[in-house]
Design a protein around this ligand. Structure first.
Ligand SMILES: NC(=O)CC[C@H](N)C(=O)O
Length: 272
């Protein structure tokens, strides 16, 4: 009997698929993790819900969903998943934070809950929690996504020219970028809600007069001073393998942000 030395087409095909399937962890402590998992699966990824340090094994990327960043931080510290996330981000592995997840990935968060909150950090930006207001001030806003540079094929059939329907729910906004190399992917024009405005003003009162305080005043000035045009805030940004969006791409049928993230993960793999 002839010995088969070449793998059959079926085996090769299976091997190819196996090699190409991305394995994405979705932080599942609280919030909209299931919706992310479903969308990622629909784009061909294998998904694991991450609750404990042992759940990181074999992952190519992690998504931090929307929800309540303070609750996630409390559980995440207690269950030991936050220290591991910090290491994940610090070693340059791909990660995407949406809404609460974006708060967790920023190095500085204004309007924190009383007593402060733990962050994962990694992206050198200053964000303001609940910039746009409370739950009842939720809104949908079309945003331009041409900067993502996706083709129609990469977007699972979505018309990339069409504005993207971004859903904002108690969303944060990026007010300033401190470090080098942060690409701004989307902006919207909006004033801070009254609570956020008060918090921004209060943050300028401490510490005592110092060069840091005047630098901060300069950064926050556009959000506090009335002008003809509404101030612009950043709602999507990327640096190396960190992606953040203030809105909730898992709550729409449009898959372009998930497709973009998976593309970013594949590119990260070819670089290593
Ligand atoms: N929809 C959301 O993820 C809201 C985030 C929430 N404002 C927080 O601070 O965690």
């Amino acid at each position: 009997m002839a010995v088969q030395t070449q793998p059959s087409d079926a085996v090769q095909e299976h091997g190819k698929q196996h090699q190409e399937q991305l394995h994405v962890g979705v932080l599942a402590l609280q919030g909209a993790f299931e919706e992310h998992a479903n969308l990622l699966r629909s784009l061909g990824a294998k998904v694991t819900e991450v609750r404990l340090p042992g759940d990181f094994a074999g992952l190519d990327a992690i998504v931090l969903p929307g929800g309540e960043s303070t609750a996630m931080a409390l559980i995440g510290e207690r269950w030991g998943v936050f220290p591991q996330l910090r290491e994940w981000v610090a070693t340059g592995r791909p990660v995407w934070g949406t809404c609460a997840g974006m708060i967790l990935l920023s190095n500085e968060a204004l309007m924190q809950k009383e007593g402060g909150q733990a962050l994962v950090g990694g992206l050198d930006v200053e964000i303001c929690r609940n910039y746009f207001g409370s739950q009842i001030s939720s809104f949908e806003q079309p945003i331009d996504t041409t900067l993502l540079g996706l083709t129609k094929e990469e977007c699972a059939g979505t018309d990339v020219e069409k504005p993207y329907p971004a859903v904002f729910i108690r969303a944060p906004a990026i007010l300033s970028v401190a470090g080098e190399g942060v690409s701004i992917l989307a902006k919207v024009r909006a004033l801070p809600c009254s609570k956020a405005r008060l918090a921004l003003e209060a943050s300028l009162n401490a510490p005592a007069a110092s060069p840091e305080r005047s630098a901060k005043r300069q950064r926050l000035e556009p959000y506090l001073t009335p002008s003809e045009e509404l101030p612009e805030v950043i709602v999507a940004a990327k640096k190396d393998n960190i992606l953040v969006t203030a809105f909730h791409p898992e709550l729409t049928a449009d898959k372009r942000w998930h497709a973009y993230f998976l593309k970013m993960v594949r590119e990260a793999q070819t670089k290593t």
